[in-house]
Design a protein around this ligand. Sequence first.
Ligand code: COA
Length: 389
Amino acid sequence: MKIGIDQMAFATTPYYIELSDLAAARGVDPNKFKIGIGQDRQAVVPPTQDMVTLGAAAAKKLPKNALRQVTTLITATESGIDNSKASGIYIKRLLKLNDYIRVVETKEACYSATAALQFARGLVALNPEETVLVIASDIARYGLKTPGEVTQGAGAVAMLVTKNPHVLAIESVSASYTKDIMDFWRPLFAAEAHVDGKYSNQVYVDFFLKTYQRYIQITGRTLADFAAIAFHLPYTKMGKKGLDGLLNNDQSPVAQRLRNNLTAEQQFSRQVGNLYTGSLYLGLISLLQNGDVQPRERIGLFSYGSGAEGEFYSGILQPGYQEYIDSHLQEELQNRQQVTIDQYEHLFNQQLGMSSADVEFDVSSDPSEYVLAGQKNAQRNYQIQDRQL
Ligand code: COA
């Protein structure tokens, strides 16, 4: 029985900054951000948005009849809003999903959506009637005027996992690799990540090569068996570092095609920034919409989460997949509102963060359907807005 990703959708915040503006404000050559990091724009998060509202917005884009079939909801995040309660329970209410449903949250930095997909495959294998909704939702937040600032971002990818999937049939072989290291972490007291950025880059490439080579050893496949390799993209240059580590100076047509498809994978991420758990899967949507890939071809996927864990796995693209992935993304990204660096800094400092105080946010300027209206008695108040501004 084929099992895998049946449908995919993406949502981000209504606002963005141009990274050329950020470069000017920080006194940096804009080419460092555009070429050296590989990012053009960055999603800006108003205090009325968090990983719950973004996750709900992504899932809401899936067809209603598909959402009605959901039996299990798994949120994958490292921007959790509660140390105990699963964020998916709020999302379940906002989406008005059936009460007879299992809901849980996974965590392992940027990797955990891949774990959620693999767990979902297991559920469907045991009971082919299961429909699992996996939502990878995060806010990548490093702090104003830090080296990590340019690699911030936000957004969510929602994926349905079923039997006979329409997008990607996930193959059973995969290679995982885990080591206890400190390249990026966020202690319980911190609203922003702690990161050893250069070290995380090295570990990422090392884990990619280790998991790819193990996958190749197990399967006996070669580079020519892949139409594309989709990478976790904390920033788009990282995918290039990974692929360069594998291809070196290989100028063969197979290698050139993988390079071209990496450019296609990077296209949407360049405009949004890091989504942590969702980055690989926004990359996959971008690849499927902008790349040179055909049904029945194999796509390799490299998932990485700091701490650290990597997994290389693969899937076979399904005929007619185009109908089942979010199709208006380019237009939606164009329609976001640009904000100035001053406005971005103001919004950045308005976040609820670790505060326990009662607060009411002005939701009137946020055009999103799902909003965080504030907090009272340490309970977050999520609302559905019935108007689109
Ligand atoms: N034109 C073109 N490229 C330029 C440039 C210019 N004017 N100035 C610098 N660059 C290049 C550098 O050569 C470097 O390229 P390289 O990585 O291929 O060597 C790149 O831009 C970044 O410059 P660097 O000096 O290393 O940047 P930094 O010290 O500000 O840190 C990160 C960059 C990514 C380490 C930092 O943003 C960070 O810590 N991010 C969060 C961690 C992260 O995302 N890790 C990923 C793994 S999960």
